[in-house]
Design a protein around this ligand. Structure first.
Ligand code: TTP
Ligand code: CA
Length: 363
């Protein structure tokens, strides 16, 4: 039976919760800010509602810039603990629609996958009813909207949920996968970052359809075996990764002090590169791939903060680790004003590098 997977992504999550808590905010621009220890002058936008987005306000933008774009916007501080409680209740609702205990995967505070193959008997019409029921339950119990994507695998479900936002429901029947993916620009393929997008554009590959038709061996020669194979498969709409509860498994990490407390990009990124090299060496020795990347910064006042990303498939690729860690490190630089003292790079969700299907088994 064809698998049926739902991906749910809450709409403008933190800002939506704030609107719900204070209905007078409804028609105003609402910006939720992560303030740094410099108070309201520092800090970056965590998220904003759609009124604020119309004014050009985006996540990770300095709050000061957001204020300049829309001076009458309402600025609120992040209440992470509170949002976590709302998230936990939503996850319970989603869990209740999954085939069983194990067919559920939370991927962030406001996103999750659930497998409903059994519940809908592989029937996409029934799957749509379940998707609507999920939206209904969340709206009724939490007064929040979400966008739902339904497809034959996680990749398609994830891309479907972002197709229509907010309050959307997009169903991609297996027979429509190619038509859905082909015209989209490569950057829309879940798992492709800026660096990969640029490389593909240089190779003359602009759409997902062109990527799917591209010579597999050539992709492997440019991107390496794992990544090249993944690109070809994903662009063809193939994703065999199971919906599974994420459990914290083993981790591999390295931390080191900068020569002096600094905010200098060159110093920070050159140490980060050394840490990335070491971590990759260790994953190579243990023959494991990783799915999560965590970056830690200890500031000159000894305050420690971390950021984590979960990748949509396991990799062992240095370029991807570097790119992911660099993005988070740039965010740290953006959100803080203090000098960095120590930095760390860690990978987790490790998987043994054996038994992977090669590209040629599916072609
Ligand atoms: P997202 O799902 O990326 O964004 P969103 O839910 O606010 O908006 P959308 O309707 O486009 O899905 O992130 C979920 C929450 O995570 C978001 O509400 C706030 C938080 N977040 C940050 O704190 N910093 C960030 O840079 C991003 C992207 C999100
Ligand atoms: Ca969201």
């Amino acid at each position: 039976m064809e698998r049926v997977i739902i991906h749910v992504d809450m709409d403008y999550f933190y800002a939506a919760i704030e609107e719900r808590e204070n209905p007078s905010l409804k028609d105003k621009a609402v910006v939720v800010c992560m303030y740094s220890n410099r108070g309201e002058e520092g800090g970056a936008v965590s998220t904003s509602n759609y009124v604020a987005r119309k004014a050009g306000i985006r996540s990770a933008m300095p709050c000061r810039q957001a204020k300049a774009l829309k001076s009458d916007a309402v600025f609120l501080p992040v209440r992470k603990q509170f949002y976590e409680e709302v998230s936990a209740r939503i996850m319970d609702i989603l869990h209740s629609h999954a085939d069983n205990e194990e067919s559920f995967e939370r991927i962030s505070i406001d996103e999750a996958f659930l497998e409903i193959t059994q519940n809908c008997g592989g029937d996409f019409e029934k799957a749509k009813d379940i998707g609507m029921q999920v939206k209904h339950d969340i709206l009724e119990q939490e007064k929040l909207t979400c966008s739902v994507g339904i497809g034959p695998n996680k990749l398609i479900a994830k891309m479907a949920s972002s197709f229509k936002k907010p309050d959307g429901l997009t169903l991609i029947d297996p027979k429509d996968v190619t038509a859905f993916l082909s015209p989209l620009p490569v950057k829309k393929l879940w798992g492709i970052g800026k660096v990969t997008e640029e490389k593909l554009l240089q190779m003359g590959i602009e759409t997902i359809g062109q990527l799917a038709d591209f010579d597999a061996l050539e992709l492997i020669s440019v991107f390496g075996k794992n990544r090249g194979t993944w690109l070809k498969k994903a662009a063809s709409g193939i994703d065999e990764s199971p919906v599974t509860e994420r459990t914290v498994t083993d981790q591999i990490g390295r931390m080191a002090s900068l020569k002096e407390d600094t905010r200098d990009d060159d110093m920070i990124f050159s140490l980060m590169r050394e840490l990335v090299d070491d971590v990759i060496k260790k994953t190579g020795e243990r023959k494991v791939s990783f799915r999560s990347v965590t970056v830690t910064v200890i500031f000159s006042n000894f305050r420690m903060t971390t950021k984590s990303r979960t990748l949509n498939h396991a990799v062992s690729d240095k370029g991807i680790l570097h790119e992911t860690a660099r993005e988070m490190m740039l965010q740290f630089l953006h959100e803080s004003t203090m000098n960095f003292r120590r930095i760390g790079v860690r990978v987790g969700n490790l998987q043994q590098n054996t038994g992977q299907k090669s590209l040629f088994e599916f072609m």
